[in-house]
Design a binder for this molecule. Structure first.
Ligand code: HEC
Length: 152
């Protein structure tokens, strides 16, 4: 009797586990796009927060933390464009996948500029802050222009 119970339990477990891979995986195109947009919004929000500091509308003491946040976010950006995430409600252009070298260059330019900004601010060189911020801001357009559908 005991053995039969065990066997039934094992059978149920096997069935449940066997079904698991058939359940819809999270990493479908819609989830990829939603994740991309959400992280990009964080990039945009961090950008606005920094811009307010540059314009002296917010305390400069948080420039270091926000610049570091931007640098960290820049590390996530290359993973926001998995193969197949060009289908759906997205402003990501097809060229992201058809021109990988150009796209990678745009990613790297942004990452370098974000790292530079973070280094500059962390060293306390607030004189160079606005310039480094402006240079980083240009790299957003450097990717959006060729690789993002223009908003109507
Ligand atoms: C390497 C390319 C690349 C870089 C660099 C980049 N973006 Fe984007 N960004 C995109 C693409 C592509 C989209 C469209 C995403 C979609 O609709 O799926 C986007 C979308 C956005 C959005 C809209 C998100 C939403 O609500 O749907 C914001 C805001 C944004 N980016 C801000 C920025 C800022 C600010 C920077 C620079 C600090 C930046 N991005 C750098 C490629 C880039």
């Amino acid at each position: 009797m005991h053995t039969i119970k065990k066997l039934i339990f094992a059978l149920i477990a096997f069935t449940v586990l066997g079904l698991a891979p058939a359940a819809p995986a999270l990493a479908d195109s819609d989830a990829d796009i939603a994740h991309r947009k959400t992280v990009m919004k964080a990039v945009g929000g961090t950008m606005k927060g920094l811009a307010m500091i540059v314009k002296k509308q917010a305390p400069a003491k948080n420039a270091d933390a926000l610049s570091h946040a931007m640098f960290q976010l820049s590390k996530v950006v290359p993973d926001l464009f998995p193969e197949g995430s060009d289908f759906g409600e997205t402003g990501a252009k097809e060229e992201i996948w058809s021109k990988p070298a150009e796209f990678k260059a745009a990613v790297v330019a942004y990452q370098r500029a974000a790292r530079h900004l973070s280094t500059v601010v962390h060293s306390g060189d607030m004189g160079a802050f606005a310039k480094a911020f402006g240079a980083m801001g240009k790299t957003c357009g450097g990717c959006h222009k060729p690789f993002r559908v223009k908003k109507k």
